[in-house]
Design a protein around this ligand. Structure first.
Ligand code: TNX
Length: 527
């Protein structure tokens, strides 16, 4: 805790040093600082600066502990560094290596790490490979932004002398991508995963079904993908993931230490399913496919046994290809389902999730029914959502339901930044960068015990989002703020220092080809 409190002061000092560094670079362009100033997002739990910098050179080797996971993290690091530095950077579990990835250390937890850099090299130590991976993200941010480019760049490749001791505030640090309203290919999802990994996000929630499209092949129900997946908002061709595609996403996410949380939204948001199988409708008539953006008009037929045979098929097949602990069953905006039917539905469906070895995750409307043991409710209300609705969530939390916070007027990445943001919606208001960052997940919902808060998630709904460029400009720069809320100790929370650390990310996004909203709230460097 003492160390935590030291961080903001250190960051303040850093800003002064950094400002001096910049003016120097401006005055004499060929004078290159030994290492860039330390500006990390998310803020680490503890950062001590001082000592000589390390410089990566043509002779640098990466030494890894001999397990396949650690070696893979070493290769991942080398794959980032080789194209821009042009160096060989061999990865080996033998001999010397100035960059070391090692398992060990005490008290770093499932995802924590220690990074020490000095004249002789950089050592990242972690209890688990996930921690090494997060430490590698920190190392990337200690290097000049040009290291992210895919062609050979001019060095030097300095890393400031630091000791970072770091572990996350929350175990659940998520981002959601709605692949239903518009379909996104496996390659597009992988690209987003790489962006999430940069900021130590560890959950990818995929919204796989909605009124406009069913996006995952279910072998026992082939029309869901073949018919239900055949369009999207605006009437485009849609698409779906084969189970092999989905497994490839899960594997790729795992290689970046993210767990996939798949969502099948029920009982509402189900027009694509209702259109695919007539017997899921109370009147036995399949509606046409839907390509608009209304919500709340569809419902599975709660009274029919066919509904639960369907849910069993879907959950069984999805659970079999999902190594993660959670299956998200939606449960939001069931405006065409009576309250009694909603409760009945959730009482029948939650045990199916348990039967296939998974825990229930659902939007917070689930707390209006009876959440199963071990369930997690995802809050997507607003700051000014009524006290009664918040109290219902708080009561569930006090009874053991976990809470993930996605306040729509804070973390919905599809909300416009300002009235003239070309993409997005504004039903929850305008969400500029400061608003997205400047709140505390630990005290956000009155009456929720701190221990019930599992973390945060930034959802990106895609009614208006069609490409990776669209994803990027809505996610950046708000996503790193969500990541910091999930990772960094509350004691580091400070908009004035955050905005400077955030601004320093922009050259990295430029190098990575990530377009972003140049919010006037953030002191961006000149292009
Ligand atoms: C509300 S958030 C929805 C989604 C929409 C989103 C658009 C939630 C659980 N339901 O169906 O896509 O607003 O911002």
């Amino acid at each position: 805790m003492r160390q935590h409190r030291r961080t903001p002061r250190l960051l303040g000092t850093l800003l002064l040093v950094a400002a001096a560094g910049f003016s120097l670079a401006g005055a004499a362009p060929h004078t290159r600082a030994a290492a860039p100033p330390v500006r990390l997002v998310p803020a680490p739990a503890s950062l001590e600066e001082g000592g000589a910098p390390y410089r990566i050179t043509a002779g640098t080797r990466i030494r890894v502990d001999g397990t396949p996971e650690v070696r893979a993290v070493g290769e991942y690091l080398a794959d980032i560094l080789r194209p821009s530095t042009g160096y060989r950077l061999p990865v080996s579990s033998h001999g010397a290596g100035a960059i070391r990835l090692r398992l060990g250390g005490k008290g770093l937890g499932a995802e924590g790490y220690r990074l020490r850099s000095g004249a002789s090299g950089v050592t990242i130590t972690a209890g688990r490979p996930a921690g090494l991976f997060h430490g590698v993200q920190t190392l990337r941010q200690l290097l000049p932004a040009a290291v992210e480019r895919r062609t050979v760049q001019r060095g030097p490749w300095g890393v400031a002398g630091v000791t970072v001791t770091d572990s996350p505030r929350y175990a659940y640090r998520g981002a959601m991508l709605d692949v239903s309203r518009h379909f996104f290919t496996v390659a597009q999802v992988k690209r987003y995963i790489d962006e999430l990994a940069l900021y130590k996000i560890n959950k990818l929630h995929l919204h796989l079904s909605d009124d406009q499209g069913w996006r995952i092949a279910v072998g026992s129900r082939p029309r869901l993908a073949a018919h239900g997946g055949s369009t999207e908002v605006g009437g485009g061709p849609g698409g779906h993931y084969s189970q092999a595609d989905y497994r490839a996403i899960v594997r790729y996410a795992a290689s970046r230490y993210l767990e996939v949380v798949p969502e099948i939204d029920m009982p509402g948001h189900t027009n694509a399913a209702l259109s695919s199988y007539a017997d899921l409708n109370c009147d036995g008539v399949a509606p046409p496919l839907y390509t608009g953006t209304d919500v709340g008009f569809s419902s599975l037929c709660v009274g029919k046994p066919a509904t639960y045979a369907f849910v069993d098929d879907v959950i069984r097949e999805l659970a079999a290809i999902t190594p993660g602990a959670y299956l998200h069953i939606g449960g939001d905006e069931a405006h065409s389902t009576s309250h009694a039917d909603y409760v009945t539905f959730m009482d029948k469906v939650q045990p199916i999730v348990a039967k296939y070895g998974k825990k229930v995750m659902a939007w917070h409307q689930l707390t209006g029914a009876t959440p199963a043991a071990g369930a997690v409710a995802q809050y997507w209300g607003l700051d000014d959502t009524g006290a009664e609705e918040k109290e219902q969530v708080a009561r569930a939390a006090r009874n053991g339901t976990g809470i993930v916070l996605s306040p729509a007027d804070r973390l919905y990445l599809d909300m416009k930044y300002t009235a003239d943001t070309p993409l997005g919606q504004d039903w929850a208001g305008l969400v500029e960068v400061r608003r997205a960052y400047d709140w505390d997940p630990g005290s956000y919902l009155p009456g929720v015990p701190a221990a019930a808060v599992r973390g945060v998630e930034a959802p990106l709904w895609t009614e208006t989002i069609r490409s990776s460029a669209d994803i990027d400009v809505m996610a950046f720069p708000r996503l790193p703020g969500a990541a910091e809320l999930g990772w960094s100790p509350a004691s580091t929370h400070d908009w004035d220092t955050y905005k400077v650390r955030l601004a320093a990310q922009a050259p990295r996004w430029d190098a990575l080809g990530i377009g972003y909203h140049r919010s006037p709230q953030v002191p961006w460097p000149a292009h």
